[in-house]
Design a protein around this ligand. Structure first.
Ligand code: KIV
Ligand code: ZN
Length: 520
């Protein structure tokens, strides 16, 4: 039997920062449930000490998850570790992930203060003491502690070995070797992992984990080089999302290990058929579209168009396909959703897409489904995801869009009238703008008496055809907080208005420091 490589998913922690926004507790729970269906071994649910919302999300995931280990991140700082301990208190299989910088750049950059030592040597010794204290404190809360040696990709190997030996001695059972800046190249990173196996005397008591960033486009290759050299846990994110250029894309790592098992000689416990829907869920919830040519989960990953290829695939698909689309969950749905589809059919399809709804949520979604189905012949899975994002993943409403009217044209000044329900009060205003969306947003701002900076506006047709649902994603910023708002409608101006109102509701839900921006 080949060795198993554990899959550690950090979509909800390292990945989440990618969109420049925070997922709410409920969204994180929905993604965590799908990650559990996918069969990941570890879910890194968040960084509890970073915000009350993240604490609540980690706590909720810890309480609910039965299969995977639930992990929380901390720095080598007592208050961070204590917060992890509290957030994970109800987890069946908790893990604290704590660590400290090991490269000279990190040590001098982050720990320059003399309180950490006067010379580099003194600082290095202090870092090891801090690592040991952190692991011991984490072990007083949970049995499983993973230690990360931040920026290991640029660290001096001898010092890294010393740090890892101390962390394992203190009780870490997993040691994570992050290439934090995506600086490594595969041969070098592989050699680093081999060096750890050869020079860390107690490494037999720990699993080596690889955590690679994609700044030079080599995250997946580096992670695989780590596996070849003895790493038995791979960290990464769905769709490769993450800060900057992102993390190693887990679907790519897993499918490489599986498709080339002849070369790697290892296996994972991942149910690969869940990849497509997991990818879509993450993309929808974070408002980050997956490029068509993305390996494994892109819309074109299994599409053949040139005559020679199509001819070859029709004769024998193995001529141009090294994986079967169904193995990653690209399946044609046989049940067509129309206005005649009942609640049971809708619930069944939603569950297949990874959404488990309460009866009340199903009723609410069904009403919206019927409206869309009346306008379209057939409702596609993509439409459902957009409807759900629109209906269920919005914050409790402070502002409700009650009425919208606009006109625009080649020779008319774009004008919008908006009525919002704000608490028990109905407020109405009109505005003109550079275009219809601009006019609508100005009118909403005037009615809401709040202003947020529109950082990003994206619109996409969810499916094809002129009657398709349009989904609008906006990123709003206010008081140092950034949120994503989404709205869907067959009318793109209405979708734009809904997205803006959703964003304002999310800012209000965060209790964002909006006072400075208020127009009241
Ligand atoms: O990239 C990194 O170094 C990390 C650690 C916090 C594990 O994400
Ligand atoms: Zn990282």
């Amino acid at each position: 039997m080949s060795d198993k490589v554990a899959i550690f998913d950090t979509t909800l922690r390292d990945g989440e920062q990618a969109a420049g926004t925070r997922l709410g507790r409920r969204e994180k729970l929905t993604i965590a449930r799908q990650l559990a269906r996918l069969g990941v071994d570890v879910i890194e649910a968040g960084y509890p000490n970073s915000s009350p919302e993240d604490f609540a999300a980690v706590e909720a995931i810890a309480e609910e998850m039965d299969g995977p280990v639930v992990c929380a991140l901390s720095r080598a700082v007592a208050s961070d570790i204590e917060a992890c301990g509290r957030a994970l208190a109800k987890a069946r299989r908790p893990r604290i992930h704590t660590g400290i910088g090991v490269s000279a750049i990190h040590i001098l950059g982050k720990f320059g203060d003399v309180k950490y030592g006067r010379t580099v040597e003194e600082k290095k010794a202090r870092m090891i003491e801090m690592a040991v204290e952190a692991v011991r404190l984490a072990r007083s809360h949970v049995d499983e502690v993973e230690f990360y040696a931040e920026d290991a990709g640029r660290a001096e190997p001898a010092y890294l070995y010393e740090m890892l030996t101390a962390a394992i001695e203190a009780g870490a059972s997993v040691v994570n070797i992050p290439d934090t800046t995506g600086y490594a190249v595969p041969e070098q990173y592989g050699a680093l992992i081999r060096g750890i196996r050869e020079h860390v005397s107690n490494i037999g008591r720990a699993t080596i984990s690889v955590h690679c960033h994609n700044d030079l486009g080599m995250a997946v290759s580096n992670a695989l080089a780590g596996v070849v050299n003895g790493a038995r846990q791979v960290e990464g994110t769905i769709n490769g999302i993450g800060e900057r250029a992102g993390n190693a894309a887990l679907e790519e790592v897993v499918m490489a290990l599986r498709t080339r098992a002849d070369y790697f000689g290892v296996h994972t416990g991942i149910h690969t058929r869940e990849f497509s829907r997991t990818s879509r869920l993450v993309s929808d919830m974070l408002g980050m579209a997956v490029p068509g040519n993305k390996a494994i989960v892109g819309a074109n990953a299994f599409a053949h168009s040139s005559g020679i290829h199509v001819d070859g695939v029709l004769k024998n698909r193995e001529t141009y396909e090294i994986m079967r689309p169904e193995d990653v969950g690209f399946e044609q749905s046989h049940v067509v959703l129309t206005a005649r589809t009942g609640r049971a059919g809708l619930r069944d399809r939603l569950e297949k897409l990874g959404y488990a709804l309460t009866q009340e949520e199903l009723d609410q979604t069904y009403q919206r489904f019927l409206i869309v189905a009346d306008k379209k012949q057939e409702v596609f899975d993509e439409d459902l995801a957009a409807i759900l994002n629109d209906e269920l993943h919005s914050e409790p409403e402070v502002y409700h869009l009650d009425y919208l009217h606009f006109y625009s044209g080649t020779s008319a000044i774009p004008t919008a009238t908006v009525r919002l329900k704000v608490g028990d009060e109905m407020r109405e205003s009109a505005a003109t703008g550079d275009g219809p969306v601009d006019a609508v947003y100005k009118a909403i701002e005037a009615v809401a008496r709040r202003q947020a900076k529109l950082v990003k506006y994206d619109i996409r047709a969810v499916t094809s055809g002129t009657e398709a649902l349009g989904e609008v994603t906006v990123h709003l910023e206010s008081g140092g907080r950034r949120v994503t708002g989404r709205g869907a409608s067959t009318d793109v101006i209405e979708a734009s208005a809904k997205a803006y109102v959703d964003g304002l509701n999310r800012l209000a839900g965060l209790g964002g420091r909006m006072a400075a921006d208020e127009l009241r």
